[in-house]
Design a protein around this ligand. Structure first.
Ligand code: ZN
Length: 133
C-alpha cells in the first residue's frame, strides 16, 4: 500500500498536519502512535491536545506543508521547549513530546509511549511512569 508515494516513514513524536475534529480544521499534530505497518495510527493536536486516530485522507495536501514546516519550526528538538506543561496524573493520557510536571521528579518530557506506560526524561534521567494510554 505505497500508492500515496510515502517518502519517509513517520516517526513517533514527529509532526503531521491533519484535520482535528475538536478544532474543526487542519492543525499541527504530534504523532503519538504508529501502526504495525509503520504508518501513523494516533496523533495528538498541538492546539487542543486531543488525542485521536489519524485519518489518512488528509495526506495528499498536507505532506508538502509538513515538510516545509518541519524544517522551519522544529529543526531542533529541544527538551526545554516552550510548550505548556501539564501536571502528571496516571489518569491522564500523554503523547511523545508532551511536557509534564511530576510532583516528585519535576518538569519532564515524554520521550516514549508504550501500552499504559510512558518514558519521561527528567533532566538526564528517564523514568517510566504509568498513564491512561
Ligand atoms: Zn485540536
Amino acid at each position: 500500500m505505497n500508492a500515496l508515494g510515502i517518502i519517509k516513514r513517520p516517526q513517533l513524536g514527529g509532526d503531521v498536519d491533519t484535520h482535528c475534529g475538536k478544532c474543526g480544521e487542519i492543525r499541527e499534530h504530534v504523532i503519538a502512535a504508529l501502526n504495525v505497518k509503520g504508518g501513523i495510527e494516533r496523533v495528538q493536536c498541538r492546539t487542543c491536545h486531543s488525542n485521536h486516530l489519524y485519518r489518512e485522507r488528509q495526506t495528499k495536501t498536507a505532506s508538502s506543508r509538513v515538510a516545509s514546516r518541519t524544517n522551519k519550526k522544529d529543526s531542533h528538538h529541544s527538551d526545554e521547549g516552550t510548550g505548556p506543561s501539564r501536571t502528571y496524573s496516571m489518569q491522564e493520557r500523554f503523547a511523545v513530546g508532551d511536557r509534564l510536571e511530576h510532583p516528585k521528579f519535576g518538569l519532564g518530557v515524554v520521550v516514549e509511549v508504550r501500552a499504559g506506560k510512558i518514558d519521561v526524561k527528567f533532566g538526564r534521567e528517564v523514568k517510566t511512569l504509568i498513564h491512561a494510554g
